[in-house]
Ligand binder design. Structure first.
Ligand SMILES: [Ca+2]
Ligand SMILES: [Ca+2]
Ligand SMILES: [Ca+2]
Length: 479
């Protein structure tokens, strides 16, 4: 099985997995080691004929010894006969194991019940001590972070992204995702996967850091006073939006808190949103810089991103500035993933979601239907879990945040809802694909994510090809 995990990660995983693996091993022994007088009683989940057509057979007193053409040897006759009696066909001898047992392979496909019957017949031979299926084992990559179990949006069959299976192949190692957002907080569960970013906010008022563009992309808070942004609009607390989005992509695994959907990847935080949002001109520059392009007056990004996440948007048609930035990012090899928007309206009114060359993401709720707020329409390409916190907070997307109402205070974790939360799931899935095939193109990424998306378990009209299936997508690019 392919595994391109950093070794430190794997070591931690194995340590974590040990209690589970040990329990499984004990079950196996209980279920299949029988003396010759017992009735065969196999635990069904341990006999999976779709996964294995091999058996491990151990003889009492370690007989037969040194078996080469073993199945012609009379001492192995009961093995052959057991198979012949149940399903017919040959048995192939594979090898003798260090344990003294022998591995044999069935010549024909068998069902679970046939496999059980074959094992039961073998056990009728008083010379046979033990027979068990040569089961397959896998890296046990479920992260052990304390609140991973609340990240239903990664693993639940109904509404999740099918990530744990994808993580058996890749967690995004070697891939850079540019997050164009409010900047970042150096959250202890995120900072280890952050690369140097840049602050593209040219207005000191918007930035709240006392100056224009600068190399420090930390989020200083995007709180506003009443009427500050739009007359009549009440003030808001700081959102720490960029920290939440970045955490969904690359929060650190196997330490504490939560994990990112591509926790082997790294995020370049590119700050372009502050108080009252951000300007198109800053966002366009941020995109080009993120992908490795040249922006006058700004040193080049030393870690060009293969994926850009834009959990942002505004109203109106797709203008030439943003389309040009998208085209430049694509020409540099970057896949651009964009939120459909939260107005529960046709996405044609939301930009850059309505531009060409982007993957536009609608949001689904925990039941896999369209989230009540999500935009929809022909411009949507795929859907991903964006959660829904209005009725049940825990049905939102859990990620890294900060407790500060205005200025930053302490690290926290929080449930958010929105197409902003759905989009980083897709950006992370794209990162997994780049990790498997670094030369994949933006068009190929989009085609694979769409063609492997799963159908909606509940109504989601205008939500694109389906809910992104990370495991299916990784499998498709791995072929
Ligand atoms: Ca600044
Ligand atoms: Ca700054
Ligand atoms: Ca973590």
């Amino acid at each position: 099985m392919k595994n391109i995990m950093p070794s430190g990660y794997l070591i931690k995983k194995l340590a974590l997995a040990s209690t589970v693996a040990l329990a499984a091993a004990v079950n196996t022994v209980n279920a299949v080691v029988m003396d010759d007088t017992s009735q065969a009683s196999f635990s069904p989940q341990l006999v999976n004929s779709a996964e294995t057509d091999r058996l491990i057979v151990k003889y009492k007193h370690n007989t037969p010894q040194n078996l080469m053409s073993a199945l012609s040897d009379s001492s192995m006759q009961s093995v052959s006969n057991a198979v012949l009696d149940v399903v017919g066909g040959k048995v192939n001898y594979i090898r003798k194991m260090s344990t003294g047992a022998h591995v044999v392979k069935l010549g024909n496909k068998v069902s679970d019940s046939e496999l059980k019957a074959i094992m039961k017949k073998m056990m009728a031979d008083p010379n046979i001590e033990m027979v068990e299926p040569d089961i397959r084992m896998y890296p046990m990559l479920t992260p052990n972070d304390a609140r991973y179990n609340e990240q239903w949006h990664y693993f639940e069959t109904t509404g999740g992204l099918n990530l744990p299976t994808a993580w058996d192949t890749t967690t995004g190692t070697g891939v850079v995702v540019g997050v164009i957002d409010t900047g970042y907080r150096p959250h202890a569960d995120l900072v280890g996967n952050l690369l140097p970013g840049y602050d593209f906010i040219s207005s000191a008022q918007t930035a709240q850091d006392g100056n224009g563009r600068d190399p420090d992309a930390r989020d200083e808070g995007d709180w506003t006073n009443d009427n500050e942004c739009v007359p009549g609009r009440p003030g808001t607390n700081s959102s720490w939006h960029g920290t939440h989005v970045a955490g969904t992509i690359a929060a650190v695994a196997n330490n504490r808190g939560v994990v990112g959907a591509a926790f082997g990847s790294r995020v370049v935080p590119i700050r372009a949103l502050g108080r009252c949002g951000g300007s198109l001109s800053d966002i366009a520059d941020a995109m080009i810089w993120g992908a490795g392009g040249n922006v006058p007056g700004v040193p080049a990004n030393p870690n060009p991103a293969q994926v850009l996440n834009l959990s942002l948007g505004g109203g109106g048609a797709c203008g030439s500035t943003i389309q040009s930035a998208i085209n430049t990012a694509r020409s540099l090899g970057a896949t651009v993933v964009v939120a459909a928007g939260n107005e529960s309206q046709n996405v044609s009114n939301a930009t850059p979601a309505n531009c060409n060359g982007v993957i536009t993401v609608a949001a689904t709720d925990r039941s896999g239907g369209r989230a009540f707020y999500s935009n929809f329409g022909n411009r949507v390409d795929v859907a991903a879990p964006g959660g829904e916190t209005n009725s049940v907070r825990a049905n939102g997307v859990l990620s890294t945040l900060n407790t500060g109402r205005r200025n930053p205070r302490n690290d926290s974790l929080a449930f958010y809802q929105g197409t902003s939360m759905a989009t980083p799931h897709v950006a992370a899935a794209a990162a997994l694909l780049y990790s498997v095939n670094p030369s994949i193109t933006p068009n190929q990424v989009e085609n694979i994510l769409e063609s492997t998306a799963r159908s909606f378990p509940r109504r989601c009209r205008g939500c694109g090809a389906g809910i992104v299936d990370a495991a299916a997508a990784v499998d498709a690019v791995n072929r």
